[in-house]
Design a protein around this ligand. Structure first.
Ligand code: PRT
Ligand code: MG
Length: 212
């Protein structure tokens, strides 16, 4: 049995065409089904539906053989025990620093002020500001980061931006680009060896179907 870990929403939707290219079709839609284990057209392949940030953990421990996770999530997880053979070029966005439109970020940084930064991406934010030599107090949040500067919880946020509409709707502006983000295929290192005959053809099919 090959178990593939996916999260609902954009990752599931954008992974479906790649699965199809490997001859795998989901028999149920996770958006309407309440099942967490979804069968596929192949008796030896199943999908499990987990939170986006939990995908690397399921694969690391071998509860899933393969998964699809954003580079943002992989940076936070650290990637232990994971083989990351393919950039699938899906669910693309940018990791950015953003502040209120009326906040003078450049002078705050120039003056060496201690910045309060709210984010779900604590590791990424820590590395980014350490490399710049900017002192920050990090405040861990689990979502809706855009709210933090509006209510005085933080001076800045580190968050993902795709269209930019969420920032705009909340009177925020992006002031720094940290990284381009896309989703990667992750494979359990032991599973790749033990189930090589089943997994390698899937990887080859995914690789061929990637839209550059
Ligand atoms: O939602 P949940 O808390 O379960 O987890 P999640 O938010 O990590 O999952 P999901 O499915 O929302 O995102 C999965 C992956 O998609 C992320 O790990 C990213 O790699 C990738 N991705 C691509 C994005 C975005 N684009 C994105 N725009 N993830 C989140 N966003 C959010 C962003 O955080 C911000 O709040 O969308 C908002 C901004 O969007 P724009 O279009 O208004 O700029
Ligand atoms: Mg989300």
């Amino acid at each position: 049995m090959i178990t593939i870990a996916l999260s609902k929403g954009r990752i599931f939707e954008e992974t479906l065409p790649l699965l199809n290219a490997a001859g795998i079709t989901a028999l149920e839609d996770p958006e309407s089904s309440r099942k967490l284990i979804l069968p596929t057209n192949r008796a030896d392949v199943r999908l499990i539906i987990v939170r986006a940030s939990d995908v690397p953990t399921y694969v690391q421990y071998g509860a899933a053989d393969i998964g699809v996770a954003g580079k943002d999530v992989l940076n936070e997880h650290g990637g232990i025990g994971l083989y990351q053979p393919l950039d699938l070029n899906i669910a693309r966005c940018r990791m950015m620093v953003a502040v209120r439109e009326d906040f003078d970020y450049d002078s705050a940084v120039r003056q060496g002020a201690r910045l309060r930064v709210a984010t779900k991406y604590v590791q990424t934010a820590r590395d980014h500001f350490a490399a710049k030599g900017v002192h920050v107090d990090l405040i861990k949040l689990y979502g809706s980061m855009e709210l933090a500067p509006l209510v005085g919880l933080s001076d800045a946020i580190v968050d993902l931006v795709s269209s930019g509409n969420t920032l705009k709707a909340n009177n925020l502006k992006a002031v720094e680009h940290i990284a381009d983000i896309s989703s990667r295929l992750v494979v359990n290192q032991a599973a790749l060896k033990l189930k090589h005959g089943d997994i390698q053809p899937m990887l080859d099919a995914f690789a061929k179907a990637i839209v550059k």
